[in-house]
Ligand binder design. Structure first.
Ligand code: PLP
Length: 389
């Protein structure tokens, strides 16, 4: 009659699913200090190299001098400060939508949107591989919850036919563990035919994708009539923290009035918004970051194909190497670490059973030489995880 935590933990360890947190002793960057060692890292989501950018740091410092540290209260009480408001206006302009609403995390933004838009009697249709926060949001909403086959517009259409009430179709823009793009033109067409709304969480698309970093909707040239609810997170390519929802005046007002994860939480520190204003400016204007990143992606994919690695169909900085078995994925990660490279093994339940992988992520801060080092190490280590089982 008590919590048998020890058994649960032991079982997880035995299944090669035990998680550990590497201790980072340096800022984000290609070269990091982890657990007392200097390593070349390919596992951060800081895709454009802005998390430790001197101008972003200076903006945060100046923001703290001017606005202090704490947000103080929720946005609806006395926590909505000038930098938050300026950032919302800049994000609305950036996304070409009437308004944007700032959140402290992407997880909260997703919970907020889904629970505010659908409830009992409604339907929420999600890609099976959507981010955990979207799946959790669907369950919490109380709406009828249906998961369609990954990126499959036909599967979506079949489910839309059985849906009732208001229908919300929800997809990652770039799938976070696979790196592939949502087939938004096809998915949006099905949704529109059924008067459903589309919500896209483009946490990994903003920054790397689109001519000005506007993400998957810019990449495909889709507007607010195709994607009514656009979510972006600020902790990845923006290099700071938080998230936003962009959409119509009515959508944003609905969130402010009804979204509990928006209402009942303290606003993010205003200085973080100051930093994000600067990183947004760099993300939009410094196209060379995207160009360099795309060159690294092309080089990595070509090199990986030569070695015979199983890559996924990804044009993005997320370049997972599919291993399958969790123990083998851990072993490959450990072999790379012996050679001074840090690449995380991603295992179930983050990915499907049998889908363990090394999630390689590239950043504009990496050099071509660093990508060559990774390829050389993979060429040595990959055969070793093939032979021993
Ligand atoms: C990281 C991520 C989130 C969560 O954003 P946080 O700001 O880190 O809470 C949501 N959706 C996707 C697709 C993500 O990759």
């Amino acid at each position: 009659m008590s919590f048998d935590l020890a058994t649960r933990l032991a079982e997880r360890r035995a299944a090669n699913l035990y998680r550990q947190r590497p201790l980072l002793e340096s800022p984000q960057g290609p070269l990091v200090q982890v657990d007392g060692r200097e390593l070349l890292a390919f596992c951060s989501n800081d895709y454009l190299g802005l998390a430790n950018h001197p101008e972003v740091i200076a903006a945060m410092r100046a923001g703290a001098e001017k606005w202090g540290v704490g947000g103080g209260a929720s946005h609806l009480v006395i926590g909505h400060s000038t930098p938050h408001h300026q950032l919302e206006e800049a994000l609305a302009e950036f996304t070409g939508r009437p308004r944007a609403l700032l959140f402290s995390t992407g997880y909260m933004a997703n919970l907020a949107v889904v629970t505010a838009l659908v409830g009992q009697g409604d339907s929420v249709l999600q890609d099976r591989l959507n981010h955990a926060s979207l799946l959790d949001a669907g369950l919490l909403s109380g709406a009828r919850f249906s998961r369609y086959l990954h990126n499959d517009a036909v599967s979506l259409a079949n489910r839309l036919r059985k849906a009732s009430g208001n229908c919300l179709v929800v997809s990652d823009g770039v799938f976070s563990m696979d790196g592939d793009l949502a087939d938004l033109p096809a998915l949006c067409a099905e949704a529109r035919a059924r008067d459903a709304w589309v919500m896209v969480d483009d946490a990994h698309g903003f920054g790397p994708l689109g001519a000005t970093g506007g993400g998957i909707v810019e990449h495909f040239g889709l507007g607010p009539d195709d994607v009514q609810v656009l979510v972006g997170t600020l902790g990845k390519a923006f290099g700071t923290a938080g998230a936003f929802v962009a959409g119509s005046e009515e959508l944003i007002e609905t969130l402010i009035q009804f979204a509990r994860p928006y209402i009942y939480t303290t606003s993010q520190p205003p200085a973080v918004a100051c930093a994000t204003l600067k990183s947004l400016e760099l993300l939009r204007s410094e196209g060379w970051r995207r160009e360099h990143l795309n060159q690294l992606i092309a080089r990595f994919r070509a090199g990986a194909a030569e070695i015979g690695l199983s890559l996924m169909d990804s044009p993005t900085p997320i370049q997972p190497i599919l291993v399958g078995d969790s123990a083998r994925a851990l072993k490959l990660s450990a072999l790379l670490k012996e050679r001074g490279l840090l690449v995380g093994a991603i295992r179930p339940p983050t990915v499907p059973v049998g889908g363990a992988r090394l999630r390689v992520t590239l950043s504009a801060a990496h050099s071509e030489e660093q990508v060559e080092l990774l390829l050389e190490a993979l060429a040595e280590c990959w055969p070793q995880v093939q032979e021993h089982d």
